[in-house]
Design a protein around this ligand. Structure first.
Ligand SMILES: NC(=O)c1ccc[n+]([C@@H]2O[C@H](COP(=O)([O-])OP(=O)(O)OC[C@H]3O[C@@H](n4cnc5c(N)ncnc54)[C@H](OP(=O)(O)O)[C@@H]3O)[C@@H](O)[C@H]2O)c1
Length: 357
């Protein structure tokens, strides 16, 4: 049997495990055994924004249930595709399940795209599967790092590149909310290296020590201390999605707030609060990394942009073990891992689920 971890689409605290017969591939299809995957707040956000952005559509589930996408690595166990061979390993988007059926197209030495009909209207970045090999940017022994950090750090890189492209919108200070998240401190890592702006981290009291310990921020404030932000031209990059904090940042900085960039919703339990209405300062806008990747890839050429991302990712991965320890758990613990991350995991722990069945 193959197990699927499902969450209730309208209440992410409700979960269940479903046993399925392993999928049988038709002509042109391939079965991948999901080997391992990482779980972070990013995956919870896929659930929170599931209906808005279409994250539930990647991996169909029985009515009212959803399969939250995760970044993982799998091995082909059965192939009915002439160019995809059993035993090959791929990195990409998987459900929290033990197997996945895909329909490869555009197969190359680098990987393939899943052309399953339910995925064709979804952002292409999420439909690509990359061969796990040294030549393809996956150093051996770093599978867990690839799953845990590649997708998040790619966003950090792309955000830094976006702000630099726009001369930081005139800001001398960038404030990052949910500063303890991997996406945020990856961005602080990039911006610190640039030395062009001051980077301020906003975090919860419980995570302040961790954020300070990284040494990546020029200043660290808790959410209670928003009103201590200096009144100088500032951009706000928000991984938290906390509307009360957003409102206080705007009302405190007013016209000094030159850019307000919504990136994440780590504080998903606060989303019941009312919409904030019209705020002083720059109008809040959502940032969607896949769109920016497509735009920059077109501008710079596919090889060039990917190469820049790869070099920066390797630089980040060489440092990140100083701050975060990777914690592996067997598939039978998938609910426990999900619950830890849903409720806010310690920032110095990264979770990987291993399909040990
Ligand atoms: N727009 C895009 O294209 C894009 C791309 C990648 C990631 N993102 C978003 O960036 C965000 C960060 O993702 P990540 O995977 O890097 O996160 P992560 O490393 O798992 O971050 C965890 C941090 O989020 C906060 N948090 C998590 N759960 C919480 C809870 N239940 N209650 C309160 N705070 C909680 C805490 O930070 P604090 O205490 O510091 O607040 C915690 O340390 C996600 O929302 C993700 O979707 C967006």
């Amino acid at each position: 049997m193959s197990q699927d971890f499902l969450v209730a689409r309208n209440d992410l605290t409700q979960t269940t495990m479903m046993d399925l017969a392993p999928p049988a591939p038709g002509i042109g299809e391939v079965v991948i055994r999901v080997e391992r995957f990482a779980v972070t707040a990013n995956n919870i956000t896929y659930g929170v924004a599931g209906d808005m952005i279409g994250y539930w559509n990647f991996f169909p589930a029985p009515e009212s249930w959803g399969r939250i996408p995760v970044w993982g690595i799998g091995t082909v166990t059965h192939s009915e595709h002439p160019e995809v061979v059993a035993g090959e390993r791929y990195y990409g988007y998987f459900p929290m399940s033990q197997t996945l059926l895909v329909k490869p197209e555009k197969v190359s030495l680098r990987g393939f795209t899943d052309a399953s009909s339910h995925r064709t209207s979804l952002p292409v970045v999420y439909n690509q599967y990359s061969c796990v090999s040294q030549d393809n940017g996956f150093p051996s022994g770093l599978d867990n790092h690839a799953m845990l950090y590649r997708p998040l750090f790619t966003t950090s890189f792309v955000l830094d590149d976006y702000f630099a492209e726009h001369q930081f919108f005139g800001a001398g200070t960038i404030v990052l909310a949910s500063a303890s998240s991997k996406t945020a401190f990856g961005l602080a890592f990039q911006m610190q290296a640039r030395k062009e702006v001051r980077v301020v981290g906003l975090t919860s009291a419980a995570n302040k020590e961790f954020v300070e310990m990284t040494g990546l921020y020029d200043q660290v404030l808790t959410y209670d201390e928003v009103e201590r932000l200096a009144l100088t031209p500032t951009a706000y990059v928000d991984m938290s999605g906390n509307r009360e904090v957003l409102s206080r940042v705007h009302h405190h900085l007013k016209e000094q707030l030159v850019n307000s960039c919504g990136v994440g919703i780590t504080h998903w339990t606060t989303r019941d609060t009312q919409e904030v209405g019209v705020l002083p300062g720059a109008k809040p806008e959502m940032f969607f990394a896949p769109s920016q990747i497509v735009k920059r890839t077109e501008a710079l050429g596919p090889g060039a942009y990917q190469q820049q991302i790869q070099v920066a990712t390797q630089r980040f991965m060489a440092q990140v073990d100083r701050w975060v320890q990777i914690n592996e758990q067997g598939f039978s613990h998938v609910k426990a891992v999900y619950d830890i991350v849903l409720n806010g995991a310690r920032p110095d722990q990264g979770y990987v689920v291993v399909n040990d069945a």
